[in-house]
Design a protein around this ligand. Structure first.
Ligand code: HEM
Length: 614
């Protein structure tokens, strides 16, 4: 019939498709080979060691195909893949730590694929050059996922991101830090009450995220209150009329679905019959509406009562609104509405998620290390005495706390749980070749090279962060043997066993004074980079440290965290049951730790908070 109409038959169509597919494959193969050869020549001209990868780590095809390809590649004999496969496993960079660099015996090397060149490094000197030499850019397109409401600091580069930094930087002053400290103490008291509920450990991450988000919102946008926090932690939030989600539900729901919202057109999500997709659309539109209302309400207050404007830099929202307002008819506003909403979203995300994840890892690490926890509490007693947390302040207590055991615990947690395991930089496309110096030798890098600073490997570099023998007086009990954990490959990268806050206090007498110890470890430049560094370093570094410091001090001054043991019908002794609980907790802090928007412990660990008994 088809033939009668002059149309091709089914078999002709099939053979046509096969031909097209074959020609496509041949062309793709040809393009890949030519590109690979060209990139190999470029890699050779850098003079750096290089590895050939069959896929482009940052390309869409690999991102989609890896779910099928990786299990197949992992099933192959390890000797065939061990030198290159870990370089393609973005989500496992934290777990692999320094291993890929150790295997290749180079702290800086190139990975060459048909898609382009990637420089991998954990060399502190190279890290510093990449962070501080302003000629290196940021591959903003890789982070444009954050631009779902409008352009953001993180998802842009060059003059645009500099503008956003310039507008928002005045907010991060000592005046703001004083408020952060006081608000964090108050929030931690509310958190503690929630953590004392039975089974609170099941919601540890959600509780921490809500506390951090509330603190951020109160300080940054004068939005939300302590009673909102109490309700949020009781999972009893007010949902305003016209909405189906609370503010925190909308934000956290959106962050969980950010990839989907970024890739799939919003109208498809809205019309989708699939609940998860529809939910992603609802989170997106309701969060957008919360942010819009927040901005409009503040604008209305400011226009009614200009004297209510916070004094310089006290409120980030005021700074953004001010930059979005024209001062006179001749001068256009510095920021558009989309740019303002973009920054509000970015700060809501960047300003709470990492803090929350850091707090969770500190709580779990201390549960696994009762001796360290006890020493930290003694230090808190010495520094704070019997004073009420309400009397503590940024000016009087922060410095001493950060130079003592609290600071050591926070820094060591940041070293081992690098919230962002890899920091991307680039040689801008269309520009000149840029050079890095490795061990005194200059290496030119061609335009378009992506450079990945591996924070997880940097923080585990054996030369800069050697494993130390722990002081006998601290860990002298039977729990000091970590062989069960060290010998288990699922426990990589052994963060719990490696947790050693004392390294930060090594040069001190172990005791800090009211003004803090002057001998607190100052890591060599480029070796400790949890907040990145240079012109694109974290704007909220001090905000984050002050918040986490005040929260840790408040939680642990009066209470302790402990692992819940499960003596299996009395078969195991108490000590054995505890070691088993620690092994499971350590597994959650290794195998159960995931990297999506930032590094987080995704598995539940049975813990409980109890009043201190010492
Ligand atoms: C433990 C908590 C935190 C950690 C570990 C952390 C870490 C980082 C890192 C590594 C970057 C650079 C990312 C990159 O190069 O791709 C960054 C950027 C940024 N962070 Fe943080 N951060 C934390 C908390 C905060 C807080 C509390 C705020 C704000 C209140 C904040 C605001 C920002 C902003 C605005 C940027 C973008 C800077 C730019 O792209 O120029 N961060 N953060």
């Amino acid at each position: 019939m088809l033939d009668d109409l002059g149309l091709p038959s089914i078999s002709q169509l099939t053979s046509l498709c096969l031909w097209a597919a074959s020609i496509g494959s041949v062309l793709l193969g040809l393009w890949s080979s030519i590109s690979l050869l060209r990139h190999i020549r470029l890699a050779q001209s850098t003079g750096l060691p290089f590895v050939i990868l069959p896929f482009w780590l940052l390309g869409g095809p690999w991102q989609l195909a890896q779910f099928i390809v990786v299990p197949v590649l992992k099933a192959l004999p390890e000797r065939l893949t061990r030198n290159w496969l870990p370089l393609l496993l973005f989500n496992e960079f934290w777990h692999n730590g320094y291993e890929p660099f150790e295997r290749l015996q180079a702290d800086t090397f190139m990975a060459v694929s048909p898609g382009g060149l990637i420089l991998y490094t954990c060399d502190p000197d190279v890290n510093v050059q990449l962070f501080r030499d302003a000629s290196f850019g940021k591959p903003a397109e890789l982070l444009s996922i954050l631009n779902v409401y409008g352009p953001t600091i993180t998802g842009t580069d060059g003059p645009e991101s500099r503008l956003y930094r310039k507008v928002t930087a005045p907010f991060f002053s000592d005046k703001t830090l004083r408020r952060v400290f006081a608000q964090s103490v108050s929030a931690a008291k509310i958190l503690l009450a929630a953590l004392l509920r039975p089974d609170a450990h099941r919601q540890l991450r959600t509780l921490s995220a809500r506390v951090s988000l509330n603190t951020l919102s109160q300080i940054t946008f004068h939005y939300q209150s302590d009673s909102d926090l109490t309700q949020a932690l009781a999972f009893d939030e007010n949902i305003p009329e016209g909405k189906t989600l609370s503010f925190s539900q909308a934000l956290h729901g959106l962050l969980e679905n950010l990839g989907v919202v970024f890739v799939v057109p919003r109208w498809i999500l809205r019309l989708s019959p699939f609940r998860p997709l529809h939910h992603a659309a609802v989170c997106y539109s309701e969060l957008g509406s919360y942010m819009d209302q927040l901005k409009r309400a503040r604008e209305a207050t400011l226009s009614k009562d200009p004297s209510s404007k916070s004094s310089s830099g006290e409120d980030l929202l005021d700074l953004l609104i001010q930059a979005g307002t024209s001062t006179d008819e001749k001068h256009k506003p510095v920021l558009t509405n989309a740019q303002i909403i973009g920054q509000i979203f970015l700060f809501m995300f960047a300003g709470h998620e990492a803090n929350a994840n850091l707090l969770v890892s500190i709580i779990l690490l201390l549960a696994c290390h009762p001796a360290i926890q006890h020493t930290m509490q003694r230090d808190l007693d010495r520094l704070l005495g019997d004073t009420s947390p309400d009397t503590w302040s940024y000016d009087n207590n922060y410095s001493a706390l950060m130079q003592g055991t609290v600071g050591a615990v926070i820094n060591e947690a940041l070293r081992l749980f690098t919230v962002i395991p890899v920091l991307p930089k680039c040689v801008p496309p269309g520009g000149p070749w840029l050079s890095i110096t490795v061990k005194g030798q200059r290496h030119p890098l061609p335009p378009n090279t992506i450079a990945l600073v591996n924070t997880s490997a940097t923080h585990r570099h054996p030369e800069h962060w050697p494993k130390r023998r722990r002081p006998a007086d601290v860990d002298s009990d039977s729990r000091s043997s970590w062989s069960d954990i060290r010998n288990d490959p699922r426990q990589r990268p052994h963060a719990v066993a490696d947790f050693d806050p004392w390294r930060w206090l090594e040069g001190t007498s172990g005791e800090t004074t009211q003004t803090g110890s002057t001998n607190f470890l100052k890591p060599r430049a480029g070796t400790f980079i949890p907040f990145s560094d240079g012109s694109r370093g974290c704007l909220g570094k001090r905000f984050a440290l002050v918040e986490v410091c005040a929260m840790v001090a408040t939680l642990f001054k009066t209470h302790s965290v402990e692992l819940v043991t499960e003596p299996e019908h009395g078969v195991k002794g108490e000590e054995e049951a505890w070691l088993e609980a620690r092994r499971r907790a350590a597994l959650a802090l290794s195998e159960g730790t995931k990297f999506d928007t930032s590094l987080r412990v995704a598995r539940t660990v049975p813990i409980r908070f109890v009043p201190r008994d010492d």
